[in-house]
Design a protein around this ligand. Structure first.
Ligand code: SF4
Length: 206
């Protein structure tokens, strides 16, 4: 299944229909905050928040499955419920919560904060309706461990094949090889053997 991550800055109805016709499984549009100014500042683009929300509406109108995604660092767990309300209003199928990559030790989620994310994940997903929640704290924590190169791979904008967006090593270029061969190259590297219960990218970011 192919998922496409985008800030949603340039999505038009025509592009959304093309993606639908091409068989895209899920379009993932990042929304950092319910506060437009904060989102715009993180993206360094004035109006980025409004455009992301418009992209979500456009993609839903085209019949695509849409995930609104957010990145949560230490001190930001409380904003998840606000983001969930926005996701619900927009009518997306899923809100995905990713642990934001810490640039300083203080940005790293504490164990208590991770537990809070898991509580929200369980509570919302046990409700009968509303967007579902994906939380990598759950899937890449207690359930499956790091999925990079094991259950998924990432094709970056320059075509490089990586284990996940946060890991910088490239194993092939999609410009030169098929998707199947890209996956083989990744697996043959033996960089993704066994189960890893922590996030290797967070080690890099400190
Ligand atoms: S390195 Fe692994 S655990 Fe960390 S974000 Fe990537 S896939 Fe997830």
């Amino acid at each position: 299944m192919a998922n496409l991550f985008t800030p949603g800055l340039e999505l038009t109805a025509e592009k959304a229909i093309k993606l639908k016709e091409a068989g895209l499984y899920n379009l993932i549009i990042g929304v950092y905050s319910t506060n437009p100014e904060e989102h715009d500042q993180i993206r360094s683009v004035v109006g980025a928040h409004a455009r992301a929300l418009e992209a979500i509406r456009t993609a839903l109108d085209a019949g695509l499955m849409v995930t609104m995604s957010c990145h949560i660092k230490s001190g930001q767990v409380d904003r998840i419920l606000e983001l969930y309300r926005l996701a619900d209003e927009l009518g997306v199928q899923e809100l995905s919560i990713w642990e934001g990559m810490p640039r300083t030790p203080g940005e790293k989620l504490t164990l208590i904060e991770k537990e809070k994310i898991l509580d929200i994940y369980r509570k919302i997903n046990s409700a009968p309706s509303g967007p579902r929640i994906f939380a990598n704290t759950y899937f890449e924590g207690q359930m499956l461990g790091c999925m990079a190169g094991r259950r998924w791979m990432h094709v970056a904008v320059d075509g490089s094949i990586r284990g996940c967006p946060y890991l910088k090593n490239s194993y092939a270029s999609i410009k030169d090889v098929s998707l199947k061969d890209a996956w083989r190259a990744l697996r043959h590297s033996q960089d993704f053997e066994g189960s890893v219960s922590h996030c290797p990218a967070q080690e890099i970011f400190g």
